[in-house]
Design a binder for this molecule. Structure first.
Ligand code: DGI
Ligand code: FE
Ligand code: FE
Length: 188
């Protein structure tokens, strides 16, 4: 699908603020894909649709997770996690995108998981560092992203998990597994 058509579709599902974020993720993910050797066109499409389901009704997402057996344990954790796997499913069903690599990058963009591909990692990181983001510590992650995809991801995950812990929130197990794998594979 061409970029203009894809952006037009997604725009109808997002607020203006979230659409601007999506454009930032798109630009950043193309840069990161180029730098780290992922398919730039797939990165562009995955980025455009990564938050496709962000504004779906919670009950609708819950029903989809149950019907499609997306993962029972997902429902025990923060509903903010749901739009990623539900998004992958709806982007396939409603938009007709069939590329499994693109759908996976959408599916894992919030939680991460063990065994992420370069494309998955690019979308995950672009979502965190795109220019409109103002998280505390994001500038440090942007700097790291110029040198090392994994080092930037480690810092982003430390920031996110610390943020969740300070708010007394649970950490989804796949997020821990993603983090642990990156730490254990780190070159010293
Ligand atoms: O959809 P975005 O706002 O662009 O970003 P996102 O898809 O990374 O969603 C971030 C939200 O998910 C943020 O409010 C933190 C929340 N969240 C809740 N539990 C977890 C979690 N994020 C991760 N990585 N792991 C969790 O366990
Ligand atoms: Fe998201
Ligand atoms: Fe996002």
């Amino acid at each position: 699908m061409n970029k203009e058509k894809a952006l037009e579709i997604v725009r109808g599902h997002l607020t203006e603020h979230r659409y601007i974020h999506t454009c930032g993720v798109m630009e950043t993910s193309i840069e990161l894909a180029h730098r780290y050797g992922a398919d730039e066109k797939k990165a562009e499409t995955a980025a455009i649709f990564h938050d496709y389901a962000k504004f779906r009704d919670k009950q609708e997402m819950k029903a989809i997770i149950e019907e499609e057996n997306l993962s029972g344990e997902l429902l025990l954790y923060n509903s903010e996690l749901w739009h990623a796997p539900v998004g992958a499913l709806l982007v396939e069903r409603e938009v007709g995108i069939e590329d499994g690599e693109i759908l996976n990058a959408i599916r894992f963009h919030t939680s991460g998981k063990e065994g992420m591909t370069i494309l998955d990692k690019v979308i995950y990181l672009a979502d965190y560092i795109e220019p409109n983001r103002g998280f505390p510590g994001v500038e440090e992650v942007r700097e790291l992203a110029k040198e090392s995809l994994d080092a930037a991801l480690i810092k982003a995950l430390q920031n996110t998990m610390t943020f969740l812990m300070k708010k007394n929130q649970a950490i989804y197990p796949d997020t821990f597994r993603f983090y642990n794998e990156l730490i254990l594979n780190q070159r010293r």
